[in-house]
Design a protein around this ligand. Structure first.
Ligand SMILES: Cc1cc2nc3c(=O)[nH]c(=O)nc-3n(C[C@H](O)[C@H](O)[C@H](O)COP(=O)(O)OP(=O)(O)OC[C@H]3O[C@@H](n4cnc5c(N)ncnc54)[C@H](O)[C@@H]3O)c2cc1C
Length: 423
């Protein structure tokens, strides 16, 4: 589907198709287009539920995996649906910069995932470097050190942990039927639960089926992530160790981080330009990217993972019998590198709410969604405001360049910039 000059007149139907989950990467890379959905766009036919669980989780990324493992560890009968849990699917890259923000440590501990996360970490992140063409990079130490965690290692590790804690993992995709509040799996089985958790990521199908996504208000940027193996000597020159580099140009930006085997790249770019064009624009702004040959770029893109449109907006993170977790509840901006931290924080809030409900001896989990919504709103208000500010600045490279230049004479401004982008 071409996205070009007439994109402002895009119909509601086309917007809906655009939101349909994972991209056809070939199209995205070469033409700036996307489509495909994990479970199709056909309307759900109604069936009576024949399978029950107390909690059903749709999606086994960090948010769904963290929720399933912590609730199962609490003794709650939990089933999780995730189609990408076999080896073939898991080997497909997820669109993420692989930087785990230091602020997530307490929620990771509360969820009982410390060991799992630490075992998945492949490097420490101690510095950030914000870069624009024709301005000196702003390199600063991070107040809270982060970690490089590969998602193809972390997500399966969390799912394994969930299994160990007693959650049942179904290797299927699933959809939520808002009218019957049941879940239909891709094998045709129909499930019911006291609580359904939509954790199916950005452009969440669950959020859209439940009428919680803000129709017509989704973003115009897309993300893609890929690896350059360190065997290529040119690659090692791109980044300093223990540093996350943010390279900002017109039309998009690139995050680079390095672990023992590769330099990992995550790029955000405007709809209507292809990945290759976005890369070319970055290469024009940052000479050192010329070290990556077109062949090396093509090889890297072969196993890339895409996401979007960004931002993804919802009007609420819950409705009767349903909560949305992680990106499914809304995703504003990757620049701050705290998507995983938000997913863990949301799962920790949900765990507390469910635990309180059980300890009060409540008959069922019907009060959970409203309490989760309230606590989540309070906990996330400040970080969402900050994310919106950063998204605004990251989309204006000329202004950012002026700010970087000014920050060389004003340490206070430099501090404010870094704090706003990384805290
Ligand atoms: C360019 C870019 C760079 C980023 N960099 C960073 C970073 O450096 N650090 C950071 O913390 N965050 C980063 N993020 C954000 C981060 O990737 C997300 O916030 C995080 O993955 C959210 O986790 P999640 O579990 O909510 O969703 P996901 O990780 O997307 O998981 C959703 C899961 O649901 C499954 N699913 C989808 N549909 C269905 C269905 N119908 N049935 C069952 N399962 C389904 C999918 O297979 C998937 O496994 C970045 C994002 C982008 C776009």
């Amino acid at each position: 589907m071409p996205i070009g000059a007439d994109r402002r007149r895009m119909s509601a139907y086309r917007r809906e198709k655009m939101c349909d989950a994972a991209f056809v990467l070939e199209n995205l890379i070469n033409h700036g287009a996307m489509s495909e959905n994990l479970v199709g766009t056909q309307p759900l036919t109604k069936h009576a539920a024949s399978n029950r669980a107390r909690v059903i989780v749709i999606g086994g990324g960090v948010a769904g995996g963290a929720a399933a493992s912590s609730l199962a560890a609490l003794g709650v009968d939990t089933v999780l649906f995730e189609p990408r849990c076999d080896a073939e699917h898991a080997s497909r890259m997820k669109c993420c910069g692989h930087c785990l923000h230091g602020r997530s440590a307490s929620s990771i501990a509360a969820l009982g995932l410390e060991r799992c996360v630490r075992a998945s970490a492949s490097a420490e992140i101690a510095f950030t470097s914000i870069e624009c063409a024709h301005a000196r990079p702003l390199r600063s130490p991070l107040a809270l050190r982060g970690m490089v965690v590969r998602r193809d290692v972390l997500d399966p590790a969390i799912l394994n942990h969930a299994r160990t804690c007693g959650a049942r993992i179904e290797p299927l995709s699933a959809r939520f039927d808002a009218s019957t509040r049941t879940v239909r799996a891709s094998d045709g089985s129909v499930w019911s639960a006291e609580l359904v958790i939509g954790a199916d990521g950005i452009s969440s199908r669950v959020a859209r089926d439940a009428g919680l996504a803000r129709t017509g208000e989704q973003g115009r940027r897309f993300g893609i992530a890929f690896d350059f193996p360190l065997e290529n000597p040119a690659v090692a020159q791109l980044v300093d160790a223990n540093t996350v580099h943010m390279l900002v140009a017109v039309g998009g930006y690139l995050g680079l981080v390095r672990d023992e085997t590769s330099v990992h790249a995550a790029m955000l770019f405007d709809a209507g330009i292809s990945v290759r064009e976005a890369w070319m624009r970055l290469t024009r702004a940052f000479e050192r990217l010329e070290a990556i040959s077109p062949k090396a770029l093509s090889a890297a893109l072969e196993n890339a993972g895409g996401a979007g449109p960004i931002p993804f907006r919802t009007r609420a993170a819950s409705s009767e019998g349903l909560v949305l977790l992680g990106d499914a509840a809304g995703y504003i901006e990757p620049f701050t590198g705290d998507g995983m931290a938000c997913a863990f924080e949301g799962a920790a809030i949900l765990l507390n709410v469910v635990r309180a409900s059980l300890s009060r001896g409540e008959r069922d989990l019907s009060a959970v969604p409203a309490r989760y919504e309230q606590q989540r709103r309070i906990a996330f208000a400040a970080s969402e405001r900050r994310c919106r500010r950063v998204a605004w600045l990251a989309a204006r490279p000329r202004l950012l360049r002026a700010a970087l230049r000014a920050s060389t004479v004003s340490p206070a401004l430099a501090r404010a910039l870094v704090t706003s982008a990384t805290r």
